[in-house]
Ligand binder design. Sequence first.
Ligand SMILES: Nc1ncnc2c1ncn2[C@@H]1O[C@H](COP(=O)(O)OP(=O)(O)OP(=O)(O)O)[C@@H](O)[C@H]1O
Ligand SMILES: [Mg+2]
Length: 230
Amino acid sequence: MIEVKEISKFYGSKENRFQVLKSINLKIEEGDFAVILGASGSGKSTMLNVMSGLERPEMGQVIYDGKDITTLSDSQLTRFRKENIGFIFQQYYLLPNMNVVKNVKMGADLAANKDYETIIQAVGLKNKLQKYPSELSGGEQQRVSVARALAKKPKILFLDEPTGALDEETGRQVLDYICRLQQEFGFTIVMVTHNLNIAEMAKTVIKMNSGKISEIHTNETQKTAYEIGW
Ligand SMILES: Nc1ncnc2c1ncn2[C@@H]1O[C@H](COP(=O)(O)OP(=O)(O)OP(=O)(O)O)[C@@H](O)[C@H]1O
Ligand SMILES: [Mg+2]
């Protein structure tokens, strides 16, 4: 379980000091599919970065199974992230001079996992192993980044607008892969999106407004990537 306790985050200094996260409390259960919704600038990405240990909050705690990661040193935090967390961004951030296998293997090497070929197969890229990112479509590139993030078998997968750069068809396809992989591997998903339809795929829907959580609800049924509107 991830527990966020009284998290506050500020940007800027002196008269430009600005509070992005305002004493946020939140719990994410193991195996959940949580979606964070909210207007542009409401603090969604900052929230995701703080929860995943990419950024440090000024106040509060982020507790993973009883362990507070905000007290870790930089090197301990890096190690914690390597061992536990996968992160997928709107832009794929693949290394342009490495082919599919090498890009994915890089994620796997971080955790000394030899099983990266299974995951490439699971995202449907078995016949693109030797291709370079520039030779792939947007959806294929995002699937490589999904494979890279999952190659190290993370316990939690954080995604920040993973379909933001994709058209409808490829967006649905990538979401479908992510859901099926969750069923297979059982990791926890925390996904930021501004697409209200995608929230219907989630179990837990968290709404943010001006640095605060305005609403949390649980969906009784979850739709698939092909059942939602777009
Ligand atoms: N590194 C930074 N330095 C200063 N201000 C920042 C920084 N990162 C974000 N902000 C500000 O914090 C606020 C929240 O930003 P954040 O990126 O978390 O919003 P968001 O909800 O993810 O928005 P979007 O939907 O547009 O991605 C914004 O007003 C933004 O300008
Ligand atoms: Mg954002």
